[in-house]
Design a protein around this ligand. Structure first.
Ligand SMILES: Nc1ncnc2c1ncn2[C@@H]1O[C@H](COP(=O)(O)OP(=O)(O)OP(=O)(O)O)[C@@H](O)[C@H]1O
Length: 585
């Protein structure tokens, strides 16, 4: 556990200083208790000797004062340390996550990241301090008391020692049970979180299906499950907890009985017996608090495990001397094979080769799951190919500084994410220093000006969380405006597969055509609209992750092969209308 924590907090100076302070406090506490022996020895006699007791009492007073001062110093240092450790860990996670492949950011990983940065980092920082201090006290006070007892009466010290292995064994068992219960509870809590998100997100669907209360039932079931897991955990930890308490209490009773026997047989003075009983209490009591700490310790261990799983994700490999400019805007795949899963999993792309010359427009076509999106993800280096090479400007994408590569690539995907800000700021994110004229030109080219004109606050209209106040087509126009404003020479577009309303469809189609029309720009478009397909310079047709045809669209249509059939399907789908209803006679 300490090793795992150390790996997370590689600069443990703060914790070490705090630990040292706490160790001094614990040893001081033990030694102060030891002073009881000469004091009681001097006072618990038929004629109390105050003269002999006074120096020990004065030493005791000085010790208590010193202990008080150190405690006052340690408390704020502890608070500051826990905040500092949490903050450092958060920075470390954020710095690491910024180096991960973009493909890592799935919904599940995003949730894990949010948890690691918020609750886990804070809990580790806090627990490292709040558990660390009492854990040091709970081990060093008994250790010091044991040494003091050894100096007073070795037989009692042996009795103390005899308790330790039993206490250790029961404590370990209690710890294991607490950890298992904690993990189960975590899982149940994650279940509740999932249900809560589903409950919120699926409301429109559930209500439309007349199942508005189904979500409530599933939510209630998750809450019930959590309560049951909690109860089960409590029941399971009851016996180990009680056995540990029994061992500690048993030790005390043994010391009491043996002490009483030796006093009555005259082999131990009353003063020593009383002092030994006090030492026994201070030896066993901190051991007792370890059982309370063990649960928190396991909770911290689990949080450390979760944070380590994020920090352990390999970063996108960076070249020694990264290239920072893209010389030409051409894209080339040679023999690219890629799979999302572990090596050996079913590949999403197999031996894919094609070239997009600078300034050309290439349409990617193929049925759902054929690998079109994957091709665009590999160009932007969301992932690295397992075999073969993806080249941009004649160089392997892995040779570039990733930020520099993305600087020259604009991405217009279907699931556009908009920030809860104004339309203008959402476009400007692509090029924050753009002049007003540049911004307006980009917006006009994307036909976004028509959208802003209709809205009451124009460019200053806020789009809502994720862009919820705009329609899908309008959001896509924001995304196209970003691409215009960014002035990247390579643009990757995922044309909406689902039908937009006619106005949006025309506007988006025109905007994409305008993007592609620039002879300086290389466009790779996942195309569904017959107009986009017909206007492309080249077509790359995919099926099952393989390239099955390449060529110019007109030639491929004439050839009557795979692309020609797909093209006809797309055209028929676009031309399909609901048959007009014949009025009833
Ligand atoms: N993030 C992912 N993790 C695992 N597998 C994935 C992931 N994304 C895609 N796949 C799989 O890779 C294969 C290719 O998917 P891809 O999204 O590239 O196809 P597509 O042609 O773009 O499909 P669509 O037209 O439906 O978007 C599919 O089998 C898909 O299930």
């Amino acid at each position: 556990m300490i090793r795992r924590l150390h790996a997370l907090l590689p600069d443990p100076g703060l914790l070490l200083r705090l630990g040292a302070l706490q160790a001094v406090l614990a040893v001081l506490q033990g030694l102060l208790l030891g002073l009881l022996v000469p004091v009681l020895h001097a006072l618990l006699r038929p004629e109390p000797d105050f003269g002999a007791a006074t120096p020990w009492l004065l030493l005791g007073c000085a010790g208590v004062l010193g202990h008080g001062v150190l405690t006052v110093i340690a408390t704020p240092v502890g608070f500051a340390a826990s905040m500092e450790l949490g903050a450092r860990l958060r920075h470390r996670i954020v710095r690491h996550v910024a180096t991960l492949p973009l493909g890592w950011f799935t919904a599940g990983h995003r949730a894990r990241l949010a948890r690691a940065v918020t609750s886990d980092a804070g809990a580790i920082g806090q627990l490292a301090v709040t558990i660390g201090a009492p854990a040091i006290t709970a081990t060093l006070v008994p250790a010091t008391v044991l040494v003091v007892t050894l100096a007073v009466d070795w037989r009692t010290a042996l009795l103390f020692l005899a308790v330790v292995p039993f206490a250790w064994l029961t404590l370990r068992r209690a710890g294991r049970v607490a950890s298992a219960a904690d993990i189960e509870l975590e899982r149940a809590a994650a279940g509740i979180a999932g249900r809560a998100v589903e409950f919120g997100q699926a409301q429109p669907v559930l209500r439309a299906a007349g199942q508005g209360s189904t979500g409530t039932v599933r939510m209630r079931a998750a809450l019930e499950e959590h309560r049951e897991v909690y109860r089960r955990g409590l029941r399971r930890s009851l016996l180990p907890d009680l056995s540990y308490t029994a061992v500690v209490m048993g030790g005390f009773v043994a010391v009491l009985l043996v002490g009483a026997h030796r006093v009555t047989s005259g082999s131990l003075a009353v003063a020593e017996a009383v002092a030994l009983l006090v030492l026994a209490v201070r030896f066993l009591e901190p051991l007792g608090t370890l059982i309370e700490l063990i649960g928190a310790l396991r909770a911290m261990d689990n949080a450390v495990g979760r944070v380590r799983s994020v920090l352990g994700t390999p970063a996108l490999p960076a070249p020694r001397a990264p290239v920072t400019t893209v010389a030409r805007a051409d894209v080339e795949f040679s023999g690219v094979t890629f799979s999302y899963g572990a090596p050996g999993a079913e590949p999403a792309l197999r031996d894919v080769s094609f070239r997009c010359p600078p300034g050309s427009t290439t349409a990617l076509v193929g049925p759902s799951g054929s690998g079109k999106t994957t091709v665009t993800r590999l160009i932007a280096r969301f992932f690295d190919a397992d075999a073969g090479t993806v080249r941009v400007g004649g160089l392997d994408v892995r040779d570039y500084d990733h930020d520099a590569l993305l600087q020259d690539i604009a991405i217009v995907f279907q699931d556009v994410y908009l920030f809860d800000d104004t339309i203008e700021e959402n476009v400007r994110i692509a090029h924050p220093d753009a002049t007003r004229e540049q911004f307006l030109a980009a917006a006009r080219a994307a036909r976004l000006d028509e959208v802003a004109d209709r809205l009451p606050e124009g460019w200053l209209t806020r789009v809502g969380e994720g862009g919820a106040r705009l329609s899908g087509g309008e959001r896509q126009r924001v995304s196209i405006a970003r691409a215009f404003l960014k002035r990247s020479r390579i643009v990757l577009i995922d044309e909406a597969a689902s039908a937009l309303d006619p106005e949006n469809e025309r506007a988006v189609g025109d905007a994409i055509a305008a993007l592609a029309g620039d002879p300086e720009r290389t466009v790779v478009v996942i195309a569904h609209a017959p107009a986009t397909l017909a206007a492309a310079d080249r077509v790359v047709a995919l099926d099952g992750g393989r390239v099955v045809e390449t060529g110019d669209p007109a030639g491929l249509r004439r050839a009557g092969g795979y692309f020609a059939r797909l093209y006809e399907q797309y055209r028929e789908a676009r031309d399909w209308h609901l048959p007009a209803r014949t009025p009833r006679q």
